[in-house]
Ligand binder design. Structure first.
Ligand SMILES: [Zn+2]
Length: 486
């Protein structure tokens, strides 16, 4: 006889804290400066090492988290990348100088009119699109859902002609994106000085409003962007960002009546998106224009490449794409120049035959790999390997691949490559940041690379017994869907 069970589905609130890392989180908890996070950790399970997708940049991480796919399937390769089919460089806002050179209008329009609407591939579904349950998205850059709505552009953007007044979008049941779309009109702040509501305090007020109105859907994804900015400025040991985030998290738990009631009524997932790596004090910035000096790199101000442009560089902090436009230039030509720079720890490209090749500026030798071979890794992925495995710090235990410095390196690298775009990926070793024309130069810390410092994030889970199959952000969609279907 079939057992009849009455399961009360607790809503899940996923709190995403930009650049949350294990060590500073532990430290802040130890010092008593993060009581809310401490309470959740003490009443839940703590996973200190969840692998982030590559490049370790928020917008591509969020895309992978929501779709369960790597960049070469969901289409969002980073904060800036070259779109092969459209022959256009996209930039969703890397830094003030680059935005200015690139054009404020192009940046705003890409992020507001195209990112969710066009660039995130239509043939992949987001978590919000795939479940029949209502969901909420608060201040997430990637939010595509099933309900059509219109966002209101900030007044200054439409008055100056940067954006249309109303923006068509498909969004989840409950959707909040700063002043552009709010759940509760009373939530604040959402003025020009506070990123028009894309800030921690506003995120907190919006989720509190759902709790107080008893409208919490089965799953809410709530973004807290503040910590990232502080870590970029001050470095990874600066815990102020975590404390500030904790300050806006405590009223969320309070909204249930008490913290005990909060974890009784609701399951929480607290998650970072990427780590960061501290910058050294001198010779911090590795300029790709110097490395690639024999070739003409397309200027930022240009919309589409002209015949004289030989290369395009799209710098994502500690990683960069180098796209080869000129057919006279081979991968080897570009790789040879890159290899001279000792700080480039990973240089990778994919040939038409599917093989991915990796070399390094730090050591000789080369590694080639492709999917489906006799070796397998901890994530149950199979690989064919040839050459020097130490290039990616791999070790072999018979047929089993162990990752070292670069977690899940094989799958993460291949997910960011696409032979059709003729791209070379470079990453820079810890302590350094890559720059091109107008790139931001972070003083404290930075991310983007494949290195574990940029790639491992902590996760706290309360109330949910079943852990995700793999501790990778890319696998969380499947986990959430499973929990929603229970
Ligand atoms: Zn960042």
């Amino acid at each position: 006889m079939k057992e009849v069970s009455f399961i009360i589905h607790k809503p899940i609130i996923c709190l995403l804290i930009d650049s949350l890392m294990d060590a500073p989180l532990q430290e802040e908890i130890q010092a008593g400066r993060a009581p809310t996070l401490q309470f959740l950790r003490d009443n839940g399970t703590y996973y200190p090492r969840v692998v982030s997708p590559f490049p370790t940049m928020s917008v591509s991480i969020d895309s992978s988290m929501l779709t369960g796919k790597p960049p070469n399937q969901h289409g969002i390769y980073g904060l800036t990348y070259y779109h092969q089919k459209q022959k256009r460089v996209y930039n969703f806002g890397t830094g003030p100088k680059e935005i200015f050179l690139f054009g404020v209008k192009r940046v705003l329009r890409a992020g507001m009119l195209e990112l969710n609407q066009k660039l995130l591939h239509k043939d992949v579904k987001t978590l919000h699109e795939e479940t029949d349950e209502p969901t909420a998205s608060i201040n997430a850059m990637i939010y595509r859902g099933k309900n059509h709505t219109k966002l209101r552009a900030p007044w200054i953007a439409w008055l100056t002609g940067l954006l249309p007044r109303k923006i068509e979008a498909s969004v989840p049941t409950y959707f909040s994106y700063g002043s552009m779309h709010t759940i509760d009109k009373r939530s604040h702040p959402k003025n020009m000085l506070t990123q028009f509501g894309v800030n921690d305090h506003f995120s907190s007020m919006e989720i509190i409003s759902l709790i107080k109105q008893d409208k919490l859907p089965r799953l809410s994804l709530v973004y807290f962007p503040g910590n990232d900015i502080i870590v970029h400025k001050k470095g990874t040991s600066e815990g102020k960002g975590i404390k500030k985030t904790d300050d806006v998290l405590s009223p969320i738990l309070d909204a249930f009546g008490s913290w005990e009631e909060a974890i009784q009524k609701c399951n929480f997932v607290v998650l970072g998106d990427s780590g960061q790596t501290n910058m050294v004090k001198t010779d911090t910035y590795i300029d790709l224009r110097k490395i690639l000096h024999p070739y003409a790199i397309m200027p930022l101000s240009r919309d589409t490449p002209q015949p004289e442009d030989q290369l395009i560089t799209c710098v994502n902090e500690r990683m960069s794409y180098i796209y080869i436009l000129d057919e006279q230039i081979s991968y080897q030509d570009v790789v040879r120049l890159c290899k001279v720079e000792k700080k480039l720890d990973v240089i990778a490209w994919q040939e038409e035959d599917g093989w991915i090749h990796v070399v390094s500026g730090q050591t000789d030798g080369a590694l080639s790999f492709r999917a489906n071979g006799e070796y397998h890794d901890e994530f149950d992925q199979k690989w064919q390997l040839e050459g020097d495995i130490s290039i990616l710090d791999l070790t072999l235990d018979e047929q089993t691949i162990q990752y070292g410095m670069y977690p899940d390196a094989l799958s993460r690298l291949s997910g960011a490559l696409d032979p059709k775009s003729r791209s070379v990926i470079v990453t820079v070793s810890p302590g350094y940041e890559l720059v091109g024309q107008g790139s931001p130069k972070h003083k404290g810390a930075s991310h983007g690379s494949l290195h574990h410092l940029d790639s491992l994030v902590p996760m706290i889970v309360t109330g949910i017994q079943q852990p995700p199959e793999n501790l990778r952000i890319i696998d969380l969609k499947k986990w959430f869907l499973g929990l929603l279907e229970e």
